[in-house]
Design a protein around this ligand. Structure first.
Ligand code: SOE
Length: 378
């Protein structure tokens, strides 16, 4: 099986590395500029980059296309990839609107090809394990799901990314970029879909200083020539959630929280026990009890539930982290590719998960605009 990766930013190269660790040959990358792509290919010992997206699609050796491009490109790129008869792994958000995501979902399902959205956070072993223990009732009925996802890479008005440009990133920035991870993850772990939301979106910096040159995600050097640019998307979000069956959620999302680098965290309170986890300490899981002492456990392949155990390789005490979540997500996706058809019950996030987050995004935007609870329209 061979893959090509479109997008040579921070995350595109995480895709490349994970694929290589699985023994999937990366035939090449496609960049937004030939020079940047050539520099990245050289630095990572990759073959000559493709001259264009179209040239990559024309390469018969490519079985799977990974899209790690700015959000506004996903819709056309997914359509072209499916039309070329290639399987597709797309970064989140799947597209710019729910009208687009529903169309992509229908096209992908009709194609018989494998389709996945890169909700990698599910593939931390402790998160996979939590899904299994919640499913077997160890926490009891889920009542509260709290937490959030906070970062600081857009803290200053001099921080810049294409994600700040509405035409490239979409109407919802924080929600689409990191809120979708949190919401996808907690629904995956608890099996509970979001029924309704009450959202408060804030843009603390309505004007930012856009560098005149190219900037990569998480780049902090700054210092060059800039121009003022109006910002129409949110820096932070407060979200109340009603899950199906009555569970409640309280969530904070932010890209402007000093010191928080990649602070995805959740706590689940059930009728029997609680569990809590944070992405910056991904090996650790906290279990809370009422009648006995609480537990703090470290990832240990021998002690995990079966599916979680099948997605971890290092012995206990030998840390795994962010990079492994991509590898394990692709392990699941490429098993389906090897099988030749989509599984009846995919064990990885498909375009259905991408569409689900687009629908929740619609409800969040409407709730904020109208100042009221809004049900997710499915
Ligand atoms: C930037 O906010 C970002 O790279 C996200 O786009 C990723 O999905 C997340 O894994 C890390 O932060």
């Amino acid at each position: 099986m061979r893959a090509a990766v479109v997008g040579t930013g921070f995350i595109g190269l995480v895709h490349v590395e994970a694929l290589r660790r699985l023994g999937i040959e990366v035939t090449g990358i496609v960049g937004s500029s030939p020079e940047r792509a050539a520099a990245k290919a050289g630095a990572h010992n990759l073959p000559e980059p493709y001259e264009s997206f179209e040239a990559m699609l024309g390469d018969e050796r490519v079985d799977v296309v990974h899209l790690a491009t700015p959000n506004h490109l996903h819709y056309d790129e997914v359509r072209a990839t499916l039309a070329a008869g290639k399987h597709v792994v797309c970064e989140k958000p799947l597209a710019m609107t729910s009208a687009q995501t529903v169309e992509l979902l229908a096209l992908a399902e009709a194609s018989g090809l494998i389709h996945a959205v890169n909700f990698n956070q599910r593939f931390y072993p402790q998160n996979l394990n939590t899904r299994e223990v919640v499913g077997q009732g160890d926490l009891g009925d889920v009542r509260l799901i709290t937490g959030g996802y906070m970062q600081d890479w857009l803290l200053y008005d001099t921080d810049w990314s294409w994600r700040l440009e509405r035409e490239q990133g979409g109407d919802l920035r924080v929600v689409g970029d990191i809120g979708s991870h949190w919401l996808d993850l907690v629904s995956y772990m608890t099996g509970l879909r979001v029924d309704a939301v009450m959202a408060d979106l804030t843009t603390f910096m309505p004007i930012r200083k856009q560098p005149v040159g190219h900037v990569e995600t998480f780049a902090t050097e700054g210092g060059g020539e800039t121009r003022d640019r109006a910002i129409e998307t949110e820096d932070a979000v407060g979200l109340l959630v009603r899950f199906e069956g009555g569970a409640r959620g309280v969530v904070t999302l932010s890209q402007v929280s000093a010191g928080r680098k990649n602070h995805l965290h959740w706590e689940i309170n059930g009728t029997r026990a609680s569990a809590a986890w944070r992405a910056e300490r991904p090996e650790e899981l906290w279990i809370g009890h009422r009648e006995r002492a609480n537990e703090a456990s470290l990832r240990d392949p021998g002690k995990l539930q079966p599916f979680a155990a099948s997605h971890t390789t290092m012995p206990a005490g030998h840390s795994e982290g962010y990079g492994e979540t991509f590898r394990e997500l692709y392990r699941a996706v490429y098993s389906a590719v090897a099988a030749g058809e989509p599984p009846a019950e995919p064990d990885y996030p498909t375009f259905a998960a991408g569409h689900e987050q687009a629908l929740i995004g619609d409800a969040i935007a409407r709730s904020h605009a109208e100042g009221r609870w809004v049900a997710v329209q499915r």
